[in-house]
Design a binder for this molecule. Sequence first.
Ligand SMILES: Cc1cc2nc3c(=O)[nH]c(=O)nc-3n(C[C@H](O)[C@H](O)[C@H](O)COP(=O)(O)O)c2cc1C
Length: 187
Amino acid sequence: DVIVRNDTTIQPNKVLIVYLSRTNNTKAIAEIIYENMGGTLVPLELEKPYPENYQATVQQVAKENETGYLPPLKTKIDNIDNYNVVFVGFPTWGMQLPPPMKSFLNQYDLGGKTIVPFNTNGGYGIGSSFQAVKELCPNSKVLNGFTIQGGSERDGRYLVIKDKKRKEAQTQVKNWLQGLRLMKENP
Ligand SMILES: Cc1cc2nc3c(=O)[nH]c(=O)nc-3n(C[C@H](O)[C@H](O)[C@H](O)COP(=O)(O)O)c2cc1C
C-alpha cells in the first residue's frame, strides 16, 4: 500500500454538517458532502422562521444585519465537543453571512475544531460571508470554503442544484474535499 503523507483521515462520527437553506440549494450541497464524509447532517431552524415572502425576508435580514440581532435557534446540537470537523453551509444573504449562521457560530464554542464553510448564492458570490466565519471562529482552523451558484428567489429560480446540475456539483465537491485532504476513513 502507498502511504500518502499529510492525508487527513477522519472518522465519520467526528463530522458535523450544519446548514441553513431556504430553497434547498445549500441543502443539496450539504447532502453531497454527507455522501462523501458521512457524519451528522443538521439543518438550522429558527424559533421564529422568516416570512415566506422574499422581499419581507430581505428586509428583515437587512435590519438584523444592521442591528447585529442574532435570531434564536430552534436547533440544538448535543455534545458539540464530540465533533472535530464542522462543515457550515449557508446561502449568501444581502452579500453577508445569514443571521442564523451568525447565531450558530456565536452560540457554540468551536475553538480547536476545523471549520469548513460552503455556500450557494444567486450569482453575486460569497460577499463577506467566509470572512465572517473566520471572524466568528477566531480559535478554529477555518479551511478554504466551497461556493457554487444556486438559485435566485428574486428571479423566481428556486432549487436549481438538481438533476444534471447536481451531478456537476458532486464532481466539484469531491474535487474540493480532495484538495482539502479531507476523506472518510475506510473501515
Ligand atoms: C434574503 C435573501 C437574500 C439574498 N441575497 C443574495 C445576495 O446578496 N447575493 C446573491 O448572490 N444571492 C442572494 N440571494 C440568493 C441566494 O443566495 C441563493 O438563491 C441561494 O442559492 C439560496 O440557497 P438555499 O436554496 O439553500 O436557500 C438571497 C436570497 C435570499 C432569500
